[in-house]
Design a protein around this ligand. Sequence first.
Ligand code: PMP
Length: 396
Amino acid sequence: MFEDAKLLPPDPILGLSKLFQDDPRSEKIDLGVGVYRDLNGRTPVMKAVAKAETNVTAAQTTKAYTPVDGAPGFGPAILDLVFGADSPILSAGRAAAVQTPGGCGALRLAGELLNSQGAASLTLGAPTWPNHIPLLSAAGLKINSIPYYDRDANAVDFEAFKAGAAKLGPKDVLLLHGCCHNPTGADLSPAQIDEIAAMAAAQGFLPLVDTAYHGFAKDLDTDVYMIRKFSAELPEVLITYSCSKNFGLYRERTGALIIVGASADRALAVKSQATSLARKNYSMPPAHGGAIVAEILGDPALSALWREELSEMADRVRGNRRLLAQTAQDFGLHNRLSFIADQAGMFSLLPLTEDQIGALRDQHGVYVVGGGRINLCGVNETNVKHLISSFKAVTE
Ligand code: PMP
């Protein structure tokens, strides 16, 4: 069977982490891997999560299977968080949630669901999170790429994105990032989201909103503007949701596929299609992370603590954005990196060629992902001068 199986190269981002670990230079800076890190470079267990975990473990009486749609209470709690407890979408029963193994599991399930319903294509803006393409094409979808980001302007190229989306019709799907675009940090403005909603309404394509950083852009309500706008204006929306970053649950593999249907009956029918596909694949998601999220969101004190911790994380990343942009000004870079202060989430793209990325790493110990993506969590008061002077050295 496996005589001809080739050894594949390691994942490039994980390979970069290994190179970083093995680098003996004390001034090295890791801007690579995509997890939240605190000032000390750690990815801590959130206090609200640790407390909820204690409660969940104490109350646990069985390890028997959960339903295919996940830990009891998880789905309703995520729907309230995403739409708002008093949302007309929820009172109409138009939204349904299926817990999935992380955001990746949600994307793969969304891809299979779309494929099973005869989706003609899935269109995404370039660049995007690199795993989107293999994940969704492995589900059998034909992927089209349209421009999203202008690397010279360091901003969304909305005219080009709209021109690509203008070609879509019924049975086509447009993938959008709910907030904190990965890798660019450049989100659509509310007015641009409104324009896409109007296009989807007129042309009949389905938006798939991938949301992996809810709470990291501005706040929990503002960050779901796209989801709420689309759900109010369009008959159908799909949302893939990750609890990896905002609950810090990465390895617990906790996420959701959220279906908004034209009616309560449609939402339930589509949910039944999704759970049937899940059953044929992994059967049901790991319950632990879902139970923790349900415990936090169902308990006012834990929920308040979680919100506070999340906004502290988001504040820290925003502060690092300002620090990097200001230091670049202080080093005479004349607004070349000022766009970073205005972008959202953990990532931005440094305007670098692949040779310059290699020189940053080899000559200066500054580790940036191919394409120029940096994780702003890795920036701090101590290393920012070395980072900017190295950037200057390789680009001037
Ligand atoms: N979508 C995007 C845009 C992401 O950045 C990520 C995680 N890096 C995911 C989905 C998947 O998240 P998870 O780790 O929960 O599978």
